[in-house]
Design a protein around this ligand. Structure first.
Ligand code: SF4
Length: 393
């Protein structure tokens, strides 16, 4: 089992990666490796356990023995003996099975700010888990070992954990929530649903850090267990999604709105890659879409790119680009624009949209909240949008 970074928060790689176990050509640069403060890394088993597997939800058997998977917008037609694009949903004799259920590839106790979810219980921790597999093939992926491991044939140690064990470990660790993260969590839909049900009964929130490629059917199932999600809106250009991620833009926009309709608290993240998605017109359109479709109180996290995986020939995002993107977000009418992976800029604090008072101070993962217990501004009394203790605005 390994400890990856959150896909959306480049530059926070974990020192205990499977780097040493990888073939030389598969190893990643250590240039941006930093120490992660919050870690409860579980010991990796000596060899991978037998994957339990369960029957897949949202699977439709076809007369020819193939099965249509309707979990993500790829809607793979999976032939007998093959897996879908994510590599963890397999057709065995005309039935689709999830290989990801209960097979944990990474687990860590993370600050919720690392997800990033800035408007959900600031300063709390989230017990974060992941399996293998991802429907996207982003060339700039920070967690490519576990996301693309099945496709690349990497031998990643897995830890068997039942949903009850995940919830028990989360409670033991003092976390206030369980985050399904590091890879796209819809690939382990069945596992996430079972974890979410038990988490709710235990008084824990369930969070998704997601690429937003879930189908309306999957969002329909997830809506009953999810409290909040950070959705990666990588670009407002369909060509970007096709060329760099092997996906499409429209389903992401549809899923974001579906999550919103399902009552899930949303925060949006955009990793700004020089020359790929830093066009000002495109950023203005993206920020304008958030304001119009999700509301001006939706937090927008702009994240700094660092070279990784198959995109090492592109420089890190210049400071000027990040500052201009933040300005565009504010000009569009967004109340909360944050810049991540660039701590020197100090653009991670939360201010009251009513009176500008400082509500939450952040220095890295050190958090100081000035919110009232009801999640409101102590100055003007305006409630801050988000999830704060038991309060939902
Ligand atoms: S989850 Fe997505 S990528 Fe995986 S099999 Fe289903 S439709 Fe294909």
């Amino acid at each position: 089992m390994i400890l990856p970074t959150d896909t959306l928060r480049q530059g926070t790689r974990d020192p205990f990666s499977v780097r040493a176990a990888l073939p030389a050509e598969a190893r990643v640069s250590e240039t941006h490796q930093t120490t992660m403060q919050f870690s409860n890394r579980a010991p990796a088993p000596a060899k991978p356990p037998t994957t339990p597997g369960v029957r897949a939800r949202l699977a439709v058997a076809q007369p020819d023995g193939s099965v249509r998977c309707n979990v993500c917008a790829h809607r793979c037609l999976v032939r007998n003996g093959r897996t879908g694009i994510c590599g963890v949903r397999v057709n065995t004799a005309g039935e689709l099975w999830s290989l990801a259920y209960g097979a944990v590839a990474a687990a860590a106790l993370d600050p919720i700010e690392k997800k990033p979810l800035f408007h959900v219980d600031p300063g709390s921790t989230a017990y974060s888990i992941s399996t293998l597999g991802c429907p996207f093939h982003c060339v700039f992926c920070q967690n490519w070992e576990i996301a693309q491991g099945p496709r690349l044939g990497l031998d990643i140690p897995l830890r068997p954990m039942s949903p009850a064990e995940v919830v028990a470990e989360a409670r033991r660790s003092g976390a206030r929530s369980i985050a399904c993260t590091y890879v796209e969590p819809t690939v382990f839909l069945e596992y996430a649903l079972d974890i979410g049900e038990l988490a709710r009964a235990a008084g824990l929130r369930t969070l998704f850090i997601t690429d937003g490629y879930a189908t309306p059917e999957a969002v329909g199932l997830l809506g009953s267990v999810l409290d909040a999600a950070n959705v990666d809106l990588k670009s407002f250009d369909d060509a970007f999604y096709r060329r760099l991620c092997g996906a499409r833009l429209a389903p992401v926009l549809e899923a974001i709105e579906a999550y919103r309709r399902a009552g899930v608290w949303l925060e949006i993240t955009t990793l700004i890659i020089p020359g790929a998605n830093d066009d000002e017109v495109q950023l203005r359109d993206l920020a304008g879409w958030i304001v119009e479709r999700l509301g001006p109180g939706t937090p927008w996290h702009i994240s700094r790119f660092h070279p990784d995986y198959r995109m090492r020939d592109v420089v890190a995002t210049p400071t000027a680009t990040l500052l201009r993107a933040a300005e565009i977000g504010r000009e569009a009418g967004l109340h909360h624009v944050y810049v991540g992976n660039a701590p020197a800029l100090g653009l991670e604090n939360t201010h009251c949209p009513g009176c500008s008072r400082l509500l939450v101070e952040r220095h890295g993962y050190q958090v100081r909240s000035h919110l009232t217990v009801a999640g409101a501004c102590p100055g003007c009394g305006r409630p801050l949008e988000g999830l704060f203790s038991e309060v939902r605005v």
